[in-house]
Design a protein around this ligand. Sequence first.
Ligand code: FAD
Length: 302
Amino acid sequence: PFDVLVIGGGPAGASAAIYAARKGIRTGIVAERFGGQVMDTVGIENFISMKYTEGPKLAASLEEHVKEYGVDIMKQQRAKRLEKREFIEVELESGAVLKSKAVIVSTGARWRNVGVPGEAEFKNKGVAYCPHCDGPLFAGKHVAVIGGGNSGIEAAIDLAGIVSHVTVLEFMPELKADAVLQKRLFSLPNVTVLKNVQTKEITGTDKVDGISYMDRDSGQIGHVELQGVFVQIGLVPNTDWLAETLERTRMGELVVNGHGATSVPGVFAAGDCTNSPYKQIIISMGSGATAALGAFDYLIRN
Ligand code: FAD
């Protein structure tokens, strides 16, 4: 069996694998797609110590770093079941069952898409999902935020300080965000809120030039010219396969303590799949390190 088996090969998993392997223990990593969300990112400007890098380049150096330490890398493999017996067993889609004394889950998350024409086409060409990451790219421009929940309204407030104007589109007749956030939002001079509207299309030629929506009462179509669209309708953790095994929040995030431990002894978790309040590369890497050190502590006590 492995001493530590990491499930997920994004920043959290790579960091966890390196920290574990550096303890001289038998470490494996299973990843459906090495690099994780980083592979979908073009410019990265907030990975501290690098003024600028690009997703595929960062993903390649993550893998290169992991390979420095005899970690057993199992790519294009998807875990589907976890069970604690004598060892912790992880079953893969392929049918193989891996055994380990400790497991670190770092399966990440995915942004929920609106699924309208233009969204996929203009990803990284005006369509963005992370205001902390991409907000500054839209300085002085007009952007839309799709989604009037807490994350949408936080994004709109954040962006309003950077961009010239923010248009918020909410599907329901009322915003769902907390009252304090709404109060702050409505105090800002450069924000327009459209409620009860359905986004129909993100328009553009080589990059985004506008957004079309339908008023759900009148059926009328509206169009706003703008340069960016932030989609803020939810981040879904990749934890469905653990629903019966580990404690999760209402949102499906794995609940971890300060050592990265989940509700099952010997099972740790890190990164975007956990209830960590902020989801960023640097934060995922930190929590991967924490989970590996937590797992090592667990191993020397058991
Ligand atoms: P992920 O990166 O999601 O990696 C999860 C890993 O688990 C992947 O290898 C995946 O294939 C694997 N996996 C999932 N399910 C299974 C399974 N069942 N079995 C096996 N493997 C599985 N953050 C920043 O700090 N700066 C930025 O500029 C930035 N820009 C971003 C731009 C975009 C378009 C996106 C989508 C995100 C961006 N982020 C940015 C956020 C950042 O990418 C994430 O916070 C970070 O990648 C999370 O790392 P993670 O390792 O927790 O999860």
